[in-house]
Design a protein around this ligand. Sequence first.
Ligand SMILES: NC(=O)C[C@H](N)C(=O)O
Length: 329
Amino acid sequence: MAPMPRARIALITTGGTVAARTTTDGAVPVLSAGDLLTTADESAAHETPVGGAFEPQIVPVDLMSVDSSAMTPTEQFRVVTAIADALTDPDIDGVVVTHGTDTMEETAFLADLVAADPRPVVFTGAQRPADTPHADGPANIASALAYAADPDSRSLGVQIVLGGRITAARGAFKVSTVDLDVFDSVHDSLPRPLLTGPLPGGRPARVDAYTLYPGVSPGLIAASVSQNAAGIVLAGTGSGNTHPDITAEVSLARQRGVAVVVTTRVPYGPVVATYGGGGGAVDLARAGAIVSRWLRAPQARVALQALLTTGCDADEVADFFSASEPRYD
Ligand SMILES: NC(=O)C[C@H](N)C(=O)O
C-alpha cells in the first residue's frame, strides 16, 4: 500500500545528530520539530505516492533535546510515555520519534515492549549533523513519515526507518559509527512478548551491565550488589561463558535477590548454554542466571530494567526471556 495522503502523524523530537548543528565545541542537538520538518519537506516530495500528493498533517511534540548517549533511563521512559500520550488521540494515524542513533536500539526497544496499539511507531535519526553537506536526516525523516502513514505498517511493532532500511526495533543494534546504513538485526523475526500495563512513573530500577573478558574483576558484580542494583546483565564471551570466579559472584548476587541475565558480546547467533568448567553458561544458569538467547546486552538490560520496574519477580523475568525465543531457531 502507499501512505495515506493526509495522514495525521505525531512527530516527537528527542535530539540526536538528526537535530544537531556543528559548533566549535562539537555537534549539539538544537533543532525543533518545526526546523526538522522544514528540512524534511524537500525530501518528502520524493515520497509522494503515485496519483496523489503526500502531505501529512504533523502534530509536533518537542520533548527533549539530548544526545542519545547521554539519555537517562528516566528520559527513555518519558519518550515511551510521550508515544502513549500521542496515541490517546484517536485521530493520530502513527508516530515518528527522532532520536540519536547511539542508543536508539534501547529506547525503540523499550517502546516496543509496550506497543500494544496497532498504529505504527517509527524511530529515525541521522549520522550527519543537520548543517553538514549531504545531511541524511531530512530523507530519513521523510521516509519515516511515509512509513508511519502507510496502513501496511500497522501491527508490526516499533520499527527503525533509517538509511533506506526498515529494521524491527526488537533485535536491532547499531553496526556502524559513521555509515548511513546504521542498524542490523540479530534475528529478523523475534517474538514480541509485551509488558502488561504502562511503564510506571518515578525512577526506574537500577540494572547494571558488564562486558566480560579475560581477567575481568568479579568485584564489579560485588560492587553492583553492594550498591543495591536490582539486576545485572553480563555479556559473556562466546555462547555466554566466563571465568568460574564470576559464577561464584553470580551465585552470591542471586542469594541477595539480584536478578542476573547472561548474554554474549558476540553480535550474531543464539546464546546456547553449552559449556561447563565452572564459568560456562551451563554453570551460570545453575548459579541462577537467566540466559537471554537472542537479546543482546543493551536490549536485555532495558528489558530487565522495565520488568523489575513494573514489579516482576524472578520467575516472570525468566518467562519473558523464554517467550522472547523464536520457537524454531
Ligand atoms: N548519530 C547520532 O545520532 C549519534 C549521537 N551521538 C546520538 O546518539 O545522539
